[in-house]
Ligand binder design. Structure first.
Ligand code: GCO
Ligand code: CA
Length: 254
């Protein structure tokens, strides 16, 4: 039983049919957790579920709109009804919308904020209620971004949301730590996923990333696994309100 062992724990990872979420779900399963996959696309969710199940892991799946309070209530109620309590919540689901602020519509702004930030509040709040009631503590891992700390043109709504994720994480720590809940965040750098593929395919942007990143490479979803297992495990029981940037050194170096 190492301090990274997650046996007997249940982890819900939102947006885990693919990309960063799927890699983190697989890593948490490899560390012994029962994982609950989540996604909106039924085909992708079913595929992810069968892949991890075929690898011998204990995997459940759920599908709900992370911006819809009633849907969240219903989904968590169904899981609780099946005797499934969440010990580890990874708020990973999100979206990107690249557009100059002066062209952004109110609806586009609201959608980005709701999907990337309000969702973490809504799901975090409901899961924390259960954790506090159950009295056995828990772990919340919010997925921020490099943009939790720095900006670049054309991703203003995403950056504001991810900045909010960083301070929401500290607010969760402020209120929930006394209940044995550790709330922390991960700030992924430029990782190769569906969301960033257009940037990878852009020779100028790709050149900028490999030049600007001290590690001289894009990150991969697997680069996040060690950090999410650490923040989900007893190894981080005295860590709260922190954000760990997994960015190849980009934020630390001019
Ligand atoms: C962008 C990218 C970034 C990455 C990542 C960086 O357009 O700049 O989408 O926001 O997704 O979040 O941490
Ligand atoms: Ca990101």
């Amino acid at each position: 039983m190492t301090i990274f062992d997650l046996s007997g724990k249940t982890a819900l990872i939102t947006g885990s049919s693919g990309g960063l979420g799927f890699a983190m779900a697989r890593g948490l399963a490899q560390a012994g957790a029962q994982v609950i996959l989540h996604g909106r696309n039924q085909d992708k969710l079913h595929e992810a579920h069968s892949v991890l199940s075929s690898e011998g892991f204990n995997v459940l799946k759920t599908s709900f709109d992370i911006t819809d309070e009633a849907a969240i209530e219903k989904a968590l109620g169904n899981l609780k009804g099946d005797g499934v309590y969440i010990d580890i919540l990874v708020n990973n689901a999100g979206m990107q919308l690249r557009k100059p602020l002066v062209e952004l519509t109110r609806n586009e702004w609201d959608t980005v904020i709701n999907t990337n930030l309000s969702s973490a509040f809504l799901l975090g709040r409901n899961v924390a209620r259960q954790m506090i009631e159950r009295g056995q503590g828990g772990k919340v891992v919010n997925i921020g971004s490099l943009m939790s700390s720095v900006a670049r043109p054309t991703v203003g709504a995403y950056t504001a949301a991810k900045g909010g994720v960083r301070l929401l994480t500290q607010s969760m720590a402020a209120e929930w730590a006394e209940h044995g809940i550790q709330s922390n965040a991960i700030g992924p750098g430029y990782m190769i996923t569906e969301m960033t593929q257009p940037l990878v395919d852009d020779p100028d942007f790709n050149g900028w990333i490999t030049g600007r990143t001290p590690s001289r490479r894009w990150g991969t979803p697997e680069d996040l696994v060690g950090t999410v297992v650490y923040l989900a495990s007893p190894a981080s029981n005295y860590v709260n309100g922190q954000i760990i940037y997994v960015d190849g050194g980009m934020l630390a170096v001019l």
